[in-house]
Ligand binder design. Structure first.
Ligand code: PLP
Length: 480
């Protein structure tokens, strides 16, 4: 047999003779996963790294036995970050849907490639149709369509590339033909991928104008218009505004309707970075928060955040899909595609070979359906409002802004205690709850954000009790 020199379970045999042994491996991994979930609330949320693990990070001369492999995998599980706990209430990282765990295994087993239609005949079509459905949810119109990439930074990069090539009339991206400085605008709370991407695209990080935010964390439309006019008067080439719908730091939502008016008046591309907040579109009650998104030329949205699909799962939508995508198309001479209807995605994606991420998303959508996704999302809004109410009831706590989505930023008022936000965070962490720390204009805030369907009011009560305890123990005796 051709594989005699390899371990019996190195590959799944096309002749079935090792399938029993493979099934044992699958069963063992299944047991590890379920055991891990079974005590996730008792385990440390941010386990400290154990140096003994370093011995495992090698490429050995001879392969290890299956038993050793399973033992090693168990160690990796036990020291990994514990985002899947309902007491992990500080970031967008989350417990994935069951469908995405099954989907990830399945897509690895199939190992199709989004590069071309014949390498992913099912998934190219699946991505096309599912993303068309999302484009319709965002009301982007009949000509809209989308494609996926490995994360929001990349889908933002793709949107910004097309915006640059289209608005600056540089179909091949040749910036040396420009005789004026290209300028783009976003808010102080924009995701750092916007600046990174300006660097990658040769636009220059310094040509990203960060527009001030108001007290609710939203981009100031007045200042935006002022800065647009300023740059036109200077002879520069403003071409793009990136509005954030759900800022990563604070969950705030830029006033996209007013921003859209300015974009129309000054002929600028409007990109809606809804990587985080886009999921609100699934909620009957909260979809209105995204009103105006339908006016964007491009939209990005991550299902790997609020929709709890396993990483990665990110979507780019273009309002005039066929027209715009030609501003970023490279024919693949080594590859033929006879379909008039479906693109060879390798010709129009920034990535070449690409995972069939759509399978996890599709399986999750099918498993939960619209109604359950709406419930899931509504519940996370309600929990944030519940926590916000408890914060409002405490004189010694202050919020950064009103909760607009499912996150709340808060801290103990300056002067009420001597300790830092970091000390408070570590105190709460020792008690078993994780809030993250965000810094805005040099000031630190504790951030609450929970996506986990098992996070409930009781967990929030207990977390707030920890903060009360800390405050009582530390408070400065105030003279007044
Ligand atoms: C998370 C996030 C991104 C980046 O997405 P990645 O998948 O982490 O690359 C971009 N924009 C916003 C608003 C985000 O919250």
């Amino acid at each position: 047999m051709a594989t005699n020199h390899l371990p019996n379970t190195a590959f799944i045999s096309p002749y079935s003779e090792n399938h029993k042994e493979i099934a044992v491996l699958f069963d063992q991994v299944k047991e590890i996963i379920l055991a891990h979930y079974a005590n996730t609330t008792e385990r440390e949320l941010i386990p400290s790294f154990q140096d003994e693990l370093l011995d495992l990070f090698t490429f050995p001369g001879e392969g290890t036995s299956n038993d050793q492999l399973i033992d090693d995998l168990k160690k990796i599980f036990s020291y990994s970050a514990n985002h899947i706990s309902p007491k992990y209430i500080g970031h967008m990282d989350n417990a994935p849907t069951t469908a995405s765990i099954l989907g990830t295994t399945s897509l690895a087993a199939l190992n199709n490639n989004m590069l071309g239609l014949e390498m992913s005949p099912v998934f190219t079509r699946m991505e096309h149709h599912i993303l068309k459905e999302f484009a319709d949810l965002f009301k982007l119109g009949d000509n809209a369509g989308g494609l996926m990439a490995s994360g929001g930074s990349l889908t933002n990069l793709h949107a910004m590339t097309i915006a640059r090539n289209y608005k600056l009339n540089l179909p091949d991206g040749d910036l040396t033909r420009l005789n004026a400085k290209p300028i783009l605008f976003t808010s102080e709370l924009a995701h750092n991928s916007i600046v990174k991407n300006a660097n990658v695209l040769g636009l220059g990080a310094a040509n990203v104008e960060k527009i001030a935010i108001n007290e609710q964390g939203e981009m100031s439309v007045e200042q935006l218009e002022e800065r647009i006019r300023y740059h036109f008067e200077k002879g520069h080439r403003p071409f793009l505004v990136v509005a954030t719908l759900g800022t990563t730091i604070a969950g705030s939502i830029d006033p996209i309707k007013d921003i859209a008016k300015l974009c129309q008046r000054y002929d600028l591309w409007l990109h809606a970075d809804a990587v985080y907040g886009g999921a609100a579109i699934l909620s009957e009650k909260y979809a209105h928060l995204l009103d105006g998104i339908e006016r964007a030329d491009s939209v990005t949205f991550n299902a790997q955040k609020w929709m709890s699909v396993a990483k990665t799962s990110s979507m780019l939508f273009l309002k005039e899909y066929k027209k715009y995508i030609n501003f970023f198309r490279m024919e693949m001479p080594y590859y033929s595609n006879d379909s008039q209807h479906y693109n060879s995605l390798g010709e129009i994606s920034i990535q070449g070979s690409r995972s069939t991420d759509i399978l996890k998303l599709w399986l999750s959508l099918r498993h939960l359906g619209r109604t359950n996704y709406a419930r899931l999302i509504d519940k996370t809004f309600e929990l944030a409002f519940y926590l916000e109410k408890m914060i409002d009831e405490r004189d010694y706590l202050i919020k950064f802004a009103d909760a607009k989505t499912n996150s709340v930023l808060f801290r103990i008022r300056n002067g009420y205690i001597k300790d830092s936000v970091k000390t408070l965070q570590q105190y709460i962490l020792k008690k078993g709850y994780y809030f993250s720390i965000q810094t805005i204009k040099g000031e630190q805030w504790l951030k609450y954000l929970a996506l986990n369907p098992y996070t409930d009011e009781e967990i929030l009560n207990k977390a707030i009790n920890c903060i009360d305890e800390f405050y009582e123990a530390q408070r400065v005796h105030r003279a007044s």
